[in-house]
Write a protein that binds this ligand. Structure first.
Ligand SMILES: [Mg+2]
Length: 220
């Protein structure tokens, strides 16, 4: 693939630009700890209870919504995200790649994330990634997560882009499947979305360990 085969670059945030280790720490360690203290139950019990609640909301906007969870478990998660924000990390090579694309000025860089606006603000402020995007879209704005047909339909109506000249990187293979059905041509996944976990085997899409390697691996 050549740089000039694309005009639009859609990028996921968590697990693609930012290390998913933070989210896993936050939802599976930090929140259970606060929850266990608040409800006076052992940490492991809190972990199991929350895991069950998370699973019930999988693939829905609620699953991603810090507001929903704040109300549901009666903990101000906005405050907790702020408190732990120094653990949010950009993957190596991301800023170099984005700066380069931006400097050339030909390809539009658009963030497509399931992260709700409130949490997104903290993450982009903390990582200073704001400046690289031509547009930032949170699926919360559309009312449907990226793993839904409706999301891609709304995106198509709101944004003019040539699907044959669009690339999209997302660590979530389900999301890539919806993007593929909507007609986006170049799709890539990330095999190490969480630096603290093992490499994932990705069969259905081309993948890279870290998007910092994108140019070396996929651009001729
Ligand atoms: Mg992701």
């Amino acid at each position: 693939m050549k740089w000039n085969s694309i005009e639009t670059f859609f990028l996921d945030m968590d697990g693609t630009l930012l290390d998913l280790a933070y989210d896993n720490y936050f939802w599976h360690e930090h929140v259970p700890l606060i929850f266990s203290k608040k409800n006076n139950i052992p940490f492991n019990e809190a972990k199991i209870l929350l895991k069950k609640m998370y699973a019930e909301n999988k693939n829905s906007l609620n699953w991603y919504s810090s507001n929903y969870w704040s109300e549901r478990i009666e903990i101000n998660l906005y405050l907790e995200i702020k408190r732990t924000r120094n653990k949010i990390k950009v993957f190596p090579g991301v800023k170099r790649l984005l700066s380069k694309i931006k400097a050339e000025g030909r390809v539009k860089i658009i963030l497509l994330t399931n992260c709700p606006r409130e949490m997104l603000h903290i993450k982009l402020d903390q990582t200073k990634l704001w400046r690289y995007f031509d547009k930032i879209i949170s699926s919360e704005d559309y009312g449907y997560p990226k793993e839904s047909k409706k999301f891609w339909k709304i995106l198509e109506n709101k944004l003019k882009y040539n699907k044959n000249k669009t690339a999209f990187i997302d660590d979530n293979v389900d999301v890539l499947k919806y993007a593929e059905s909507s007609g986006i041509k170049y799709l890539f996944s990330v095999s190490i979305p969480d630096s603290k976990k093992q490499k994932k085997i990705i069969k259905d899409y081309e993948s890279l360990e870290n998007i910092g390697f994108f140019e070396n691996k996929f651009i001729d």
